[in-house]
Design a protein around this ligand. Structure first.
Ligand code: NAI
Ligand code: MG
Length: 348
């Protein structure tokens, strides 16, 4: 029996994660859930948005299903972690909960499959690509400061090691899943050293995978091409910030943020979460689309070898989408989160 740490999170998190957990349970997958409190409610109850016990739970179970967590814009909100791990005192200081989790658990790559689903309206057909986003560095190290009242500075870090392990994971994933091509997105014409290193490292790793074609695009041109002919892309290798931005853009190609799942993978743990955030504008109204978290759960089940349960959920979801009778507003329906969930469970 696999135990999964479940992090409902903020905003629509509890609704969409609750939906995914109910569906996973109904699928017959051999998983048990351990629910933990993170985010605004944890801050109220424990005085910290990310209690150390949560990190320990995920490290113990090696698996987490996470809902979105809210981060205020601007200001000096930080997540501070102090803990003893393997007898060693460790300290961390991060700009958000999601980043703290990825760093503390060393989830070095963020994998985000983007594809069309039958019944989900979109401007494009035949989109089927996978984004590999480096998950630990770049401008997201959170090393920012005010130089004076009118000048702010941020540091961008790119290392060969972090780029290489992300690239290697990506190429291996493409090979394993029968895909053919990796495109490296970068801005090495301007950020010659940082993005130059990212591009060169990606190309070096490509040399070890002769069966997978590799090309590259300057990030702005990549965005243009993605909205003109997204079906021509297969794998995308991106540094942290570009990966974040292009993930939302790519979600928009196939029907929006409600449908894009993700996996944060590390050497020992894996944490599955949707691309979208806590959507405070629609929280608590039973209108959020749970599909992205459900699909993140499907990725999790595949990751632990529960293939039959994953296939069952995928098939049930596909049927409900195709029938269009019980889908949420963002998908053109009128069903609430709960009714959409019940319809999927009924098909299992
Ligand atoms: P968002 O992704 O929460 O929302 C953007 C738009 O998409 C909103 O109009 C929202 O209603 C809609 N939307 C998102 N998910 C949806 C769903 N499942 N069904 C239907 N509509 C959906 O992005 P936003 O508003 O920029 O961020 C809100 C908060 O979420 C911020 O505090 C941000 O820091 C946090 N966030 C957390 C993430 C994480 O925990 N991994 C990732 C992204 C944002
Ligand atoms: Mg994002």
């Amino acid at each position: 029996m696999n135990k999964v740490t479940v992090v409902p999170g903020d905003g629509i998190g509890p609704e969409v994660v609750g939906s995914a957990c109910a569906i996973i349970k109904a699928s017959g997958a051999k998983v048990e859930f351990e629910e933990v409190l993170v985010g605004l409610r944890a801050e109220k109850e424990f005085g910290t948005a990310l209690p150390v016990s949560v990190l320990e739970s995920i490290e113990r179970n090696k698996l987490a299903l996470k809902g979105p967590t809210q981060t205020p814009f601007g200001g000096n909100y930080r997540i501070n972690i102090e803990r003893v791990k393997n007898g060693e005192e460790m300290r961390g200081d991060y700009p958000s909960i999601a980043i703290a989790l990825r760093k503390e658990l060393q989830l070095y790559v963020n994998v985000r499959p983007i594809k069309n689903y039958p019944g989900v309206a979109s401007r494009y057909e035949n989109v089927d690509l996978v984004i590999f986003r480096e998950n630990s560095e770049d401008l997201y190290v959170g090393n920012e400061r005010m130089i004076d009242d009118n000048t702010a500075e941020a540091i961008k870090i790119i290392t060969r090691g972090a780029t290489e392990r992300t690239a290697r994971y990506g190429f291996e994933y493409l090979k394993r899943t029968g895909r053919k091509k990796m495109t490296i997105g970068h801005k090495a014409n301007v950020m010659k050293l940082t993005d130059g290193l990212f591009l060169k490292t990606g190309q070096d790793v490509a040399g070890d995978f002769p069966d997978i074609a590799c090309d590259s695009r300057v990030i702005d041109a990549l965005c243009m091409e993605l909205v003109i002919k997204p079906e021509s892309f297969d794998g995308l290798l991106l540094a942290n910030l570009f990966g974040d931005i292009v993930s939302d853009l790519a979600a928009g190609l196939v029907g929006g943020l409600g449908v894009a799942p993700g996996a944060n993978i590390g050497k020992s743990c894996a944490m599955f979460e949707a691309v979208h955030g806590s959507a405070p504008d629609i929280a608590g109204k039973d209108i959020a689309n749970p599909m992205a978290v459900i699909l993140s759960g499907v990725l999790m089940l595949r990751h632990i070898g529960e293939i039959a349960a994953a296939d069952r959920i995928d098939a049930a979801l596909t049927q409900v989408l195709a029938e269009k009778k019980h889908v949420t507003r963002d998908l053109g329906g009128t069903a609430g989160t709960k009714a959409f969930t019940a319809a999927i469970i009924a098909k299992l």
